[in-house]
Design a binder for this molecule. Structure first.
Ligand SMILES: [Zn+2]
Length: 373
């Protein structure tokens, strides 16, 4: 078939269809939007996968399905759309994606469950004291210790992004002057992506699908190299350099790249996981390269999902283990760590994929099971 085949027309229609994604975010309180929201029981006022989760039928459901082409267009769009936080009267605190980190109810499901402001706009979740915005979050009951810790992290995330006075909320396209649906940009990006099988932000798709909500924040920070490791704290003058050793090896300065990849504890853990799968590779030491390379190591279609989940699970577990050692004086033990990793991968797989193919027991014995297929 020539270059002007059916494929092109379908792609064009697809890109036009996604204009609704943009329009939904753009228009406040219009009749059609109120109807869509009520028909599909949508919470949230801005388009995102979280907002449209409930849509199962009709044209709108094709916007949220997992067809490869649709995933590509959607990820280009989600990657470029930016909510400009203004007076916050049209953005819902828990349901809309107004923080770079993601939708807050997905990152903090347990806090969402005890919030007394589940459907509140941001503008109703605090007040102005002079020119300073003061958050006021209300909970159904007193917080447990671990919940207070989560609230602290939540405040860190929202601190930089509070309401701005005398400015309306808006919808922008990243790096563009004009606030309009960028048909041409999406078309070009989409055509670029046809040559490669992985869209640019494959990671965010992986995280959306295969990571339990409670682990998403850590993964997101790791992806941006923003985990608060000792090098950061030294730089900020919070701790002295002599207290900045990596808790695993105690012989090098702790950094994001060190703790997750180059430390011998981390490195040996990755090698054990590769061995478990009958693979070997020399791995990169920076998150984006590392993960792209990792995801490319397994090409059997049935195993790609579990392999993506494994990446997220090892990263999260390394950080979790690091905290246990640092704050609860646990002693590092590679063999125990790897064993608990394999079990955790099984637990996550069961929780997220819900299938009986990957029970914790099957995963634990993966060396036999994977090699047979
Ligand atoms: Zn180390």
């Amino acid at each position: 078939m020539g270059g002007l085949g059916v494929g092109n027309i379908l792609h064009k229609n697809l890109i036009l269809l996604f204009k609704w994604w943009w329009r939904f975010s753009e228009s406040d309180n219009t009749l059609w939007k109120r109807i869509i929201k009520s028909v599909h029981d949508i919470k949230g006022d801005k388009a995102s996968m979280d907002t449209f989760r409930n849509i199962k039928t009709g044209t709108w459901s094709s916007l949220t399905c997992n067809e490869p082409d649709i995933v590509k267009v959607r990820s280009i769009l989600e990657d470029g759309m930016v909510l400009r936080v203004g007076d916050c009267s049209s953005i819902q605190f828990w349901h809309d994606r107004w923080c770079e980190a993601g939708v807050l109810k997905s990152i903090f499901p347990r806090l969402f469950a005890i919030s007394l402001q589940k459907n509140s706009e941001i503008s109703h979740m605090g007040e102005w004291a002079g020119s300073t915005w003061c958050w006021k979050l209300d909970w159904r009951r007193p917080l447990y210790d671990w919940e207070s810790e989560e609230v602290r992290v939540l405040h860190q995330i929202i601190a930089q992004n509070g309401p701005k006075r005398y400015r309306e909320d808006g919808l922008l396209w990243k790096n563009a002057e004009v606030a309009a649906y960028p048909t041409k940009y999406i078309k070009d990006k989409f055509n670029e992506s046809l040559g490669s099988s992985l869209p640019k932000n494959i990671l965010s798709i992986v995280w959306q699908k295969f990571i339990p909500p409670r682990a998403k924040l850590t993964l997101w920070l790791a992806n941006k190299e923003k985990l608060k490791t000792a090098d950061y704290l030294v730089e900020k003058g919070i701790i002295a350099p002599q207290n900045a050793w990596c808790p695993f090896c105690r012989s090098e300065l702790e950094s994001n790249s060190h703790i997750l990849f180059t430390c011998r504890f981390a490195w040996r853990s990755w090698m054990e996981i590769l061995k478990w799968w009958g693979l070997s590779a020399s791995l990169h030491s920076k998150f984006p390269d590392f993960s792209t390379q990792w995801l490319g190591l397994v090409n059997v279609r049935e195993h790609k999902d579990i392999w993506a989940l494994t990446l997220g699970c090892v990263i999260w577990s390394l950080w979790y283990e690091r905290n246990k050692i640092k704050f609860e004086s646990k002693t590092p033990n590679l063999q125990n760590f790897v064993t608990s990793l394999k079990i955790r991968i099984g637990i996550w797989a069961k929780e997220i994929m819900g299938s009986s193919t990957y029970t914790p027991n099957v995963i634990y014995n993966a060396d036999t099971f994977i090699l047979q297929t």
